[in-house]
Design a protein. Sequence first.
Length: 273
Amino acid sequence: MKQLGKLCFGIGIGCLGVALIGCNDTPIGTDFADKNYAPEGALVIPSNVQVGFFDLGDPDNSSIAFDLTAKGESISSTELMISFNGEGEVDFSTVSALPATLNVTMNDVLAALSKTADDVAVGDAVRFSFRVTTQSGVFRSSRTLRVPFSCVSNLKGEVDYVSTVYFCTGDALAGTAEIIELGAGRYSFSDWSFGTYPECYGGSAASWGTLTLNDVCNKLSVTGTDNYGDSWQFTVNSISGTELNASWSNTYGEFGSVTLTKTDGTNWPPLTN
């Protein structure tokens, strides 16, 4: 039974029997654990991750925070190791006591990896792993923490639009639309036609289907299709402060040029395609 404790709290031997007996973080049954064995090693558990990614758009001010707790034997020290995209691990830092809350900067991680911000891109990730020392020896925790590299995105809000040179003949169209946040870096326009559907067809679309404007580190793309099964493009032509000039088109043959002005007075980020 003591061997089972080693399997569940330390990875010095590893969870080799997972297919047959599983590998739980806690013993099965409190009385059974108290009366029959004392587990060796300790399990380190990362939780309460704040931010959740390193911001490629602002490396010098990017950091994450997370809590570390433990179960099992008393821990005398906890060593943090990091790896980049599955490459070999390097030592990062040592924590003297748990529980603890850690704040880790992107620059410190890059320095430990002997990399610069130019060496990483969206989709890359760092994995934190943990090695603990207890009275029984040194154990590697089965819990790890993966932190990707990405960018902050905040495009949601109202915009005033002026549509010109669109797919049916007409004067410039002015109105207000909303950029709706669907998730991190994912948005939809309340009116993807920017007033041209009511002008050209006499009414708005019943819905905009699954059309999604994606912002990844200020690079925009459109995925999904509209209610009629057509895909769209949204191309940034120029940005000047609060104004963004763009062109849009779809596979049905509709198109237009539009100037979007942020109503909150803030400037657009340096968006491109």
